[in-house]
Design a protein around this ligand. Structure first.
Ligand code: NAP
Length: 253
């Protein structure tokens, strides 16, 4: 019998992992999406869309469907679902692993301004009107209403109304190339970038581009999530799942 695995997704890594596990007879994988994105990229595994109803809903789902492992490959800023994953697996003693990239560390030439949340990011832009590249998705754009004097170029996957007086949208999904990022920053005369410290390769080109152009990056650091066994690469997750399939481990990597 293949090992039944619930994979919490919404990231490039989760989709890549699903595609890789799909061809592996040891596993039966269900990829779960929150349902935030309209034009969903369909994975090679089975998938489902929508919340579970908190930690208890997730625990009940895991039990009802007979899952033997949970892989949390959600975005590092998706703190609620990651917290729920820890609680749900602890209460049902189901093995959990979190796939998490390391944070981006400042390199020589980087001008990072580290902040704790989006309100702090909005304040950190300063009083003077600036041309801002906002690369934080759409959910927390409202935090920038306290700084309406700036020109915002907002990159998102789906269209939405940013409710800011001086904002424009560009609708694109990563990965992004360095040459294109440099061209965009120059063409739009961007003066400051706001980014989450996602640590994702797919969006790192903007950080390199900012370094090359000497632009400051207001870096919103990750929210707190309870500890869980960590994997840094897809290989580590596959290895961990392989051990579970052979019944040899119940814990971390
Ligand atoms: P969140 O605040 O941690 O989660 C809010 C609620 O959404 C959760 O409590 C859960 O609802 C539901 N949910 C989240 N991820 C889910 C999943 N993979 N499958 C089923 N339900 C899920 O998450 P978020 O920040 O809104 O992010 C939502 C999704 O977008 C996540 O899958 C995340 O990986 C992806 N994403 C987020 C960001 C970001 O910056 N936050 C960036 C890129 C992608 P219930 O409590 O009802 O179960």
């Amino acid at each position: 019998m293949p090992l039944k695995v619930l994979l919490l997704g919404g990231t490039t890594e989760a989709r890549l992992l699903a595609d890789r596990l799909a061809g592996d007879a040891r596993f039966d994988v269900l990829l779960s999406f929150a349902g935030r994105t309209e034009n969903l990229l369909i994975p090679a595994t089975r998938y489902r869309v929508g919340g579970f109803g908190g930690a208890s809903g997730l625990a009940a789902f895991l039990e009802r469907e007979g899952f033997a492992a949970l892989v949390d490959a959600t975005h590092p800023f998706a703190d609620e679902i990651s917290t729920n994953a820890v609680e749900a697996t602890q209460s049902r003693e189901i093995p959990l692993i979190r796939l998490e990239r390391p944070t981006w560390q400042s390199q020589p030439g980087d001008r990072f301004v580290s902040v704790v949340d989006m309100s702090a990011a909005a304040r950190a832009i300063g009083a003077e009107p600036r041309r801002v590249f906002l690369t934080i998705g759409r959910q927390e754009v409202g935090a920038f209403k306290i700084a309406p004097q700036h020109d915002y170029l907002i990159r998102a996957i789906n269209a939405f109304d940013p409710e800011l007086p001086r904002a424009r949208l560009i609708l694109e999904r990563g990965p992004f190339e360095l040459a294109a990022e440099l061209a965009l920053l120059e063409r739009e005369r961007i003066e400051v970038i706001v980014s989450k410290n996602s640590g994702t390769n797919a969006t790192y080109a903007k950080i390199v581009a900012a370094r090359q152009l000497g632009l400051p990056v207001i870096m919103v650091e990750r929210p707190f999530v309870p500890e869980a066994p960590l994997a840094r690469t897809l290989d580590e997750v596959v290895h961990w799942l392989g051990n579970l399939a052979h019944g040899s481990v119940r814990g971390g990597v």
